[in-house]
Design a protein around this ligand. Structure first.
Ligand SMILES: [Zn+2]
Length: 127
């Protein structure tokens, strides 16, 4: 047992506390790296990251024009249905859960959709 201080993620080298560490194939990983290692590797979508970055710099996101087609379709799906689950989004748009969550995160960031907990389920609803 290491009692003092933090340990390092063996992949990215960031410092993590013991309780946030994950052991994967004998390596100590941080939350993020563990997620990446245990989920199918998604090709990074530079455009999504880029638009999210741009929007970070703006106080008021200028709306739906900056969305890509997939994000628009996702947004339309959410507004049409009123509330949807992640599974429904994956099925409707043929996305992997990781990809769908990324897209939802972007829409959340734009304040177009938000998560809503009902019982033990989380729905995505229009903002
Ligand atoms: Zn890491």
């Amino acid at each position: 047992m290491v009692e003092n201080g933090n340990i390092k993620c063996q992949l990215c080298g960031c410092e993590i506390s013991k309780e946030n560490s994950h052991i994967f194939k004998g390596a100590t990983l941080c939350e993020d790296c563990h997620m990446e290692e245990t989920h199918p590797v998604q090709t990074c979508d530079p455009k999504a990251v880029y638009s999210a970055k741009i929007l970070d710099q703006e106080d008021k996101p200028s709306g739906k024009d900056t969305l890509d087609d997939q994000q628009k379709a996702l947004y339309r799906f959410v507004t049409d249905k009123g509330k949807v689950t992640l599974q429904e989004i994956c099925a409707e748009l043929n996305l992997s859960p990781v990809r769908a969550q990324n897209q939802i995160a972007i829409l959340r960031h734009l304040e177009l959709v938000k998560g809503k907990k009902e019982g033990d389920k989380t729905y995505i609803v229009p903002f």
